[in-house]
Design a protein. Structure first.
Length: 271
C-alpha cells in the first residue's frame, strides 16, 4: 500500500468539493495523473490487484476529505468566497510550469499544439459565462430525481478526471450541487449511493478515453489539458475584491496558493 497517497487523496478530495477546481488538475500537480489513469484502467484488467496498493490509499484520502471538509469548504465559501477562490487561482497558476515541463512544450509543441491549447482554454473558459446558482436541495426524491442524480454523477466524474474542468461545477450546472453536498453532510446514503454509482461509471469510461489519447496523441492531449487548466482560471476568478481588507486577504491567499503549488511540485517532482 502506498500510504503516501492518503495525503494526495486528501488534497484531491478537497479540490473536488469546490466548484471550479478539478481533482485532475491537482493530480497533475502531484505528479500522479498518468498513474491515476493507468490505475483506473487496470482495475478492469487481469492485473487489477496490482492497482489496489495505489488506488485504495488515494480513495481513502479522498473519502475523508469529502466527508470531513464539505462543511468547512461550504463555510469558507459562505464567509470568505473571494480569498478562498484566489487561493485556488494561485494553486492552479502554479501548476502550469509542471504541465509545460511534462509536455516537453519547448521542443515538442508545434503550431497545431498551440491551436489545441487555445481551443481547450476557450472551451473551459466559456464555462465562466454560465452562472448557475447552487439551487435548493431536492425536497422530495423520486425516480426522476434519482435518474438525474445518477446522470449527474457520470457527467461530474467524467469532468472531474479531466484537468481544468470541475466536477462540482458540472453539478452546479445540472442543478444538483446543493442536493449532493447536503447528502454528504447529512449522510443520506441513498443519494450518496446513486451519485457514487454514476461517478464510478463516468470515471471508468473517461479514463479509458484519456488513456487512448495519451498513448496515441500524447503531446496534443497535453496541449488541450494545458488549455483547459488555463481556461479554468476564468471559471474560478471571483471578480475584483470590493474592499481594501478583501484585496489584502485575496493577495495573501493567492500567494499562499502559488507557494503551495511550488512546494508540492518540489516534493513530487524532486527526482
Amino acid at each position: 500500500m502506498e500510504w503516501k497517497n492518503i495525503y494526495r487523496g486528501l488534497i484531491m478530495g478537497a479540490s473536488d468539493v469546490i466548484p471550479g477546481v478539478s481533482g485532475g488538475t491537482i493530480a497533475v500537480l502531484l505528479g500522479i495523473y498518468d498513474r491515476l489513469i493507468a490505475g483506473i484502467n487496470g482495475i478492469l484488467s487481469r492485473r487489477w490487484k496490482q492497482q489496489l496498493g495505489f488506488l485504495i490509499p488515494l480513495a481513502i484520502g479522498m473519502a475523508i476529505a469529502v466527508l470531513a471538509l464539505s462543511r468547512v469548504i461550504e463555510w469558507l465559501f459562505e464567509h470568505y468566497p473571494q480569498p478562498t477562490q484566489f487561493f485556488f487561482m494561485g494553486l492552479i497558476l502554479g501548476i502550469l510550469p509542471y504541465l509545460f515541463r511534462q509536455a516537453d512544450a519547448r521542443t515538442a509543441f508545434k503550431p497545431i499544439h498551440f491551436v489545441l491549447l487555445l481551443a481547450g482554454g476557450l472551451v473551459c473558459g466559456s464555462l465562466a459565462f454560465l452562472n448557475p446558482g447552487e439551487g435548493m436541495a431536492f425536497s422530495t426524491i423520486g425516480v426522476q430525481q434519482y435518474v438525474l442524480l445518477f446522470l449527474a454523477g457520470i457527467v461530474a466524474s467524467a469532468a472531474m478526471i479531466l484537468p481544468g474542468i470541475s466536477g462540482s461545477f458540472m453539478l452546479l450546472v445540472m442543478g444538483v450541487y446543493q442536493t449532493v453536498i447536503s447528502a454528504i453532510s447529512d449522510l443520506k446514503l441513498d443519494i450518496i449511493a446513486v451519485v457514487g454509482f454514476g461517478i464510478v461509471i463516468g470515471i471508468l469510461f473517461m479514463s479509458k478515453l484519456i488513456s487512448y489519447f495519451m498513448d496515441h496523441y500524447r503531446t496534443a492531449t497535453f496541449a488541450i489539458v494545458i488549455g483547459l487548466v488555463i481556461g479554468s482560471l476564468f471559471v474560478v476568478y471571483p471578480g475584483f475584491p470590493g474592499s481594501t481588507d478583501l484585496i489584502l486577504a485575496s493577495v495573501i491567499t493567492f500567494a499562499i496558493g502559488l507557494l503551495t503549488a511550488y512546494i508540492l511540485g518540489k516534493v513530487e517532482y524532486k527526482d
